[in-house]
Design a protein around this ligand. Structure first.
Ligand SMILES: [Fe+2]
Length: 180
């Protein structure tokens, strides 16, 4: 089961797309080239903890019940645990992103229910790109959304799931035709 998860993760297309999009968004927000690099590397790891989540959950076509949702949320702590003994700036960025990519601007996210700028900027950037890419991709439980519908969703979640400033930059970047 875990081996199957590891092999699934070798198809790293989602992680690569989120990484690329996050770098473009960081650039749009005016971050330094060094930080853009760190976000790009860190974003590759954002869901690495999912290798410890049961395959049936990762491939479920059904809406999660409460217990399944709680189990899925644990990919954050598993990811942090996997990288816990590694050192270096890129791994630091990865840990920051793993820890924060499911927090929400309105404080309703996990694992800590952080709010607004309490959430790492790297995490706020990756959160938008992660959700956008997931919406635009086929998943076991849904078909890919058209880009326009996904953009409407991101816009709609400004100030709720996402940092309004990050959403604004994201929409502007997309309007300018950067990296879809
Ligand atoms: Fe995640």
């Amino acid at each position: 089961m875990i081996l199957e998860n590891v092999l699934n993760m070798l198809d790293r297309n989602h992680a690569r797309r989120v990484s690329k999009l996050s770098m473009s968004l960081a650039r749009q927000l005016g971050l330094s080239e060094h930080e853009i690099h760190l976000i790009g590397q860190g974003a590759l790891y954002h869901d690495i903890g999912k290798i410890a989540i049961p395959t049936y959950l990762l491939q479920s076509k059904e809406k999660f019940n409460e217990e399944e949702y709680r189990l899925m949320q644990r990919h954050v702590e598993y990811g942090l645990s996997i990288l816990s003994v590694h050192t270096g700036e890129e791994i630091e960025a990865a840990r920051e992103i793993i820890a924060s990519h499911h927090e929400r601007w309105d404080g309703q996210g996990y694992p800590h229910g952080l709010m607004g700028e309490e959430i790492s900027l790297y995490g706020r950037i990756v959160a938008v790109c992660d959700v956008f890419d997931a919406l635009c991709s086929d998943r076991p439980y849904k078909a890919a959304w058209p880009v326009g519908k996904a953009l409407d969703y991101i816009k709609d979640q400004s100030g709720e799931a996402f940092d309004p400033r990050v959403v604004e930059a994201f929409l502007q970047m997309m309007a300018e035709g950067v990296a879809v």
